[in-house]
Design a protein. Structure first.
Length: 163
């Protein structure tokens, strides 16, 4: 393994740590209040996919994927089922809120402590906003990812200096 590839792997690890820190920061207001938030793992996936795929779309040349064509092909194949799963998950979140209302989340089975009524509106607004932002962002980047991989593979084999 050459020095440049090791550097790219180190950079990838740093990006994953930064993504984890961002997820904790974004989800902290929710985790502080809820003991069992039903959309926690979906939210973490939305954040991780949005950050990672955005990075791959714009900074692919500086990632370890830059010259690994077989991994780009696998990533392209994974994007289609992942896209449908992300859409289904975001739809499930929206349906939960539409059918059960926001007050269901503030029942005692989900909460660590009782939240004053005045805090319900602002917390629910935060939950909806950040979930929809990262959910839609992850759906858009997952849709764009195969096209970026195709472009990268084409550039690798046709110009051999750009990725």
């Amino acid at each position: 393994m050459n020095q440049q590839f090791r550097l790219k792997i180190s950079l990838e690890i740093i990006w994953w740590i930064a993504t984890a820190i961002l997820a904790v920061v974004v989800l902290f207001p929710i985790l502080r209040v809820f003991k069992a938030y039903p959309f926690l793992w979906a939210n973490i996936a939305f954040i991780a996919i949005f950050i990672t795929f955005t990075r791959y779309i714009f900074l692919l040349k500086s990632t370890f994927l830059a010259r690994l064509t077989w991994l780009k092909l696998i990533l392209m194949l994974v994007c289609l089922p992942l896209l449908f799963n992300l859409i289904s998950t975001l739809y499930g979140f929206q349906m939960f809120l539409d059918e059960n209302g926001t007050q269901t989340l503030f029942s005692l089975k989900y909460l660590r402590e009782q939240v004053p009524i005045s805090g319900h509106t602002s917390l629910m607004s935060y939950i909806k906003t950040q979930t929809i932002f990262f959910g839609v962002g992850s759906i858009i980047t997952t849709f764009l990812m195969p096209f970026r991989m195709i472009l990268s593979i084409w550039r690798t084999y046709n110009t051999d200096d750009k990725v």
